[in-house]
Design a protein around this ligand. Structure first.
Ligand SMILES: [Zn+2]
Ligand SMILES: [Zn+2]
Length: 372
């Protein structure tokens, strides 16, 4: 079938909305009619080359829609509403077997090739291959994806909210719930208040963390953090040391968990320096591949300060998407408040420009509105 899609022609090149061809779903694959896609900083990293993807590629890895067709052996029924996980899993590798499906070796290896799990793409244009981004490619009217990327959701969930659960929300909430396992009364700081960081604010509030200190360079983002449940805010103070001092002052002497969502080395240093003894910096943000993190080593053994890496919030998508959406339905995770901009598919490049300028908390492409 044919579908409109936003194609990144080459790293650093333009993002154009053009028609692409979608092959039929193969064994274990699903054709999803997409309704909404969030625009994530990782999409921009692919455009700018901070984290390259194979091109030409249809970007987007935070989507939701309705199952339209299934390949052989697929259990999902046509018509099922789904949120998409950008981390499918094989179920058989060493990491999957020990329950770490978000670290599936087969999927992480396949992701770099720009295909689906068998390494080949289902996207093409004029007979030439077009590559997937993180198995999904949600800046499009439809996508062929692995069955294990499809998480069924209630039909009552708005597609834009479901889309965000597919990346930003799971990454931020999961870092709190699953990577750090924050408990009631734990002190938490969050560095970087974009979609992921503010999701971490919501996640910290949902489990009774206190205080919750938000750190950012933007007064607007800090205001939003306060509205979403941060109990104190710290504007970036120019250096890691000065910022950490301010976080310590705001948290009664340092935090149990300093969650870092920007990927910048100085913010990671500030997060580490903001912890109390036995505290942990939880690193979510994606750095450049050549980034090196310098830390005062003596504080690691002497004060038992720790570093925890968090990939996709350590979530198990089928378990955690459902848990997140249940709290959303209950009003305890007001995820719709993360959405600040809505654009049609044909404005995908403009949406990426907004992200480059750091303006939206989350911009969402409304994939029903492309013709308007
Ligand atoms: Zn993302
Ligand atoms: Zn696996």
């Amino acid at each position: 079938m044919r579908a409109l899609a936003a194609v990144l022609e080459r790293t650093g090149g333009p993002v154009d909305v053009t028609e692409v061809q979608l092959a039929d779903p193969q064994v274990g694959e699903v054709l999803v009619r997409l309704h909404a896609s969030g625009v994530c900083h990782s999409d921009l990293n692919a455009v700018d080359g901070t984290s390259e993807t194979r091109c030409p590629a249809v970007l987007g890895h935070e989507g939701a829609g309705v199952v339209e067709a299934v390949g052989p052996g697929v259990q999902l029924r046509v018509g099922t509403h789904v949120a998409l996980s950008w981390m499918p899993s094989c179920g058989r590798c060493e990491e999957c077997v020990r329950g770490l499906t978000h670290l599936c070796r087969v999927a992480w290896t396949a992701m770099g090739h720009g295909g689906l799990l068998d390494g080949s793409p289902r996207l093409s244009r004029n007979g030439s291959p077009v590559y997937h981004y993180s198995f999904l490619s949600t800046f499009a009217e439809a996508a062929v994806v692995p069955e294990t990327s499809c998480v069924p959701i209630p039909t009552s969930v708005p597609f834009d909210v479901a889309a965000l659960v597919g990346c930003a929300v799971s990454t931020g909430v999961g870092a709190v719930w699953r990577t750090a396992e924050v408990r009631p009364g734990d002190r938490v700081a969050i560095f970087g208040c974009g979609g992921v960081g503010l999701s971490a604010v919501l996640g910290a509030r949902s489990v009774g963390a206190a205080p919750i200190v938000a750190v950012d360079v933007s007064a607007d983002k800090l205001r939003t953090a306060t509205e979403l449940g941060a109990s104190a805010v710290v504007p970036w103070a120019g250096t890691p040391e000065a910022t950490a001092r301010a976080v310590k002052d705001a948290s009664g002497g340092g935090v149990d968990y300093a969650i870092e969502a920007t990927g910048r080395e100085e913010a990671m240093q500030a997060a580490f320096l903001s912890t109390r003894p036995r505290g942990a910096a939880v690193l979510i943000g994606i750095s450049r591949p050549d980034a090196v993190l310098a830390l005062p080593a003596v504080q690691i053994p002497r004060a038992e300060r720790r570093i925890l890496g968090s990939a996709y919030g350590s979530v198990s998508p089928h378990r955690d998407f459902a848990a997140i959406l249940a709290l959303h339905a209950d009003g305890r995770l007001p995820l719709e408040r993360l959405i600040t901009h809505r654009l049609p598919l044909r404005s995908a490049a403009q949406a990426l420009d907004l992200v480059r300028q750091g303006i939206p908390v989350r911009a969402v492409l409304d994939l029903d509105a492309h013709a308007a």
